[in-house]
Design a protein around this ligand. Structure first.
Ligand SMILES: *Cc1c(COP(=O)(O)O)cnc(C)c1O
Length: 341
């Protein structure tokens, strides 16, 4: 297969249309058999439930080329499960988990020419999503849905090394107790746009959201979970019913324990104790881990000892081990790597 003529190492994170995408429609209580299509556009009624009441959820994962030349994805079964949970919380029919993995497989295979070569640092980003598609004006769930998967090649997250970022403690909340913070709903992102534009205007890279009930505990950023390292090298991640269960974070905790022999704790993390940590990072599919150098809490600054030049040593080890597993340099736990071709 001949690769597309793309300058892989200079790609950013932007949508580029690829050849094929997967579509399945839900009607009269059942999903149809689904198919690949070259049509990137969707025609919807003006009153479609997704347009009026934001009935939509999504997933995000990547396909990439390993050192030995295979195209693979990382733990797509967990994306399938998470999307099933999101759909259930939003009163949408679940797209069967095995069919989700199969759809991802087919779309990546059909767009193999867009999967960046090994060593470029670039990847093929995969976006599964679904939405209520028929007209609904009284507030209720749709009766018809569409599930789609498209792909788009994206550049290396860190160009020229991972520089630590600066984040601020945000005065807006992301998720209410017993709300939808734990599912990947489009609505969680719509309401975060104001806060992220404001943060960027003020010179911060990201927002640290606190728990809405007490505003004393660390939750996450708009699109990544926190990971902290204590001074005695324990890996700590916030536990909360209102954060999105990051697959990267769950994988890092496993790697910390089973590959690096580190102690791990998943527990409530108070903002007051953040100043005592040695390292801080954000974890998600896009970057695996972005190191955080500084957190600004209004008139107070928390500067981590790892500084603003490079990742802290333990976060670096976690990053190297997980990316090593993904790229095939380090043996993966059973079932983590899904080979496409
Ligand atoms: C998608 C997402 C993450 C990261 O999850 P991964 O599975 O690691 O990509 C973290 N927080 C939020 C709010 C998200 O939407």
């Amino acid at each position: 297969m001949e690769k597309k003529n793309i300058d892989w190492s200079n790609l950013g994170f932007a949508y580029m249309q690829t050849d094929m995408r997967y579509v399945s429609n839900y009607k009269d209580g059942a999903w149809d058999e689904g198919a690949l299509t070259s049509d990137a556009n969707i025609v919807l009624n003006e009153c479609a439930c997704v347009l009026q009441y934001a009935q939509t959820c999504f997933e995000g994962l990547k396909a990439y080329t390993t050192e030995d030349g295979h195209i693979v994805t990382f733990r797509p079964d967990l994306n399938a499960k998470r999307m099933a949970d999101s759909a259930a919380r939003l009163e949408m029919p679940v797209f069967p988990e095995d069919r989700f993995v199969e759809a991802v497989h087919k779309v990546v295979e059909a767009n193999a020419a867009y999967v960046p070569p090994y060593g470029s640092g670039a990847t093929l980003y995969i976006r599964p999503y679904m939405f209520g598609s028929n007209a609904v004006i009284g507030v209720k769930p749709a009766d018809e849905y569409q599930f789609r998967v498209f792909t788009t090649p994206v550049g290396p997250y860190f160009k020229g090394g991972a520089k630590p970022i600066t984040i601020r403690v945000c005065d807006y909340d992301r998720a209410a107790p017993h709300g939808t913070g734990h599912v990947k709903a489009g609505l969680n992102y719509a309401m975060s746009l104001y806060a992220i534009v404001d943060a960027h205007q003020k010179g911060y890279d990201e927002n640290m959201y606190l728990d809405a009930a007490t505003r004393t505990k660390v939750e996450e950023t708009g699109g990544a979970n926190f990971i902290f390292i204590t001074k005695d090298n324990t890996v700590v991640t916030p536990k909360s019913g209102t954060i999105l269960p990051s697959i990267t974070r769950r994988s890092l905790l496993y790697v910390a324990e089973k590959y690096l022999g580190l102690k791990t704790e998943e527990r409530e993390v108070y903002l007051d104790e953040v100043k005592d940590f040695a390292e801080c990072g954000l974890c998600g599919t896009a970057a695996v881990i972005s190191p955080v150098g500084k957190i600004v809490d209004h008139d107070k600054e928390i500067c981590f000892p790892s500084g603003m030049e490079k990742m802290g040593p333990t976060i670096q080890k976690l990053y190297d081990t997980l990316t090593g597993i993904q790229m095939g340099h380090i043996e993966a736990p059973e079932g983590w790597i899904h080979t496409i071709c």
